[in-house]
Design a protein. Structure first.
Length: 94
């Protein structure tokens, strides 16, 4: 998923708009995790980038995306860029 989300919507509270963005990100992650893994792989790994625009997007862990959306909004940006790529990975045994 590579998308630019507006942080302001007419007639809606900005906090609800950010909640909707997080909901759409979580929905995408659930859909990707439900896909069948390629032979020999054990889990889906997600590479994420979040920023005010594509050029300034920083790589983050998946669990940090929600907080990053809030940081971008607090910085006064009009939109937030989110890129999430799913790759098959192998879990190491302990």
């Amino acid at each position: 998923m590579k998308k630019n989300f507006p942080l302001h919507a007419a007639g809606k509270d900005d906090a609800r708009v950010r909640d909707k963005i997080r909901h759409e990100v979580n929905k995408y992650v659930r859909r990707e995790r439900d896909k069948e893994l390629p032979e020999g792989f054990t889990w889906w790994d997600f590479g994420c980038r979040v920023g005010a625009d594509e050029a300034g997007a920083e790589p983050l862990a998946l669990k940090e995306v929600g907080a990053a959306i809030d940081r971008v909004a607090a910085g006064g940006a009009a939109s937030v860029f989110i890129e999430i790529t799913a790759t098959a990975g192998l879990r190491s045994r302990r």
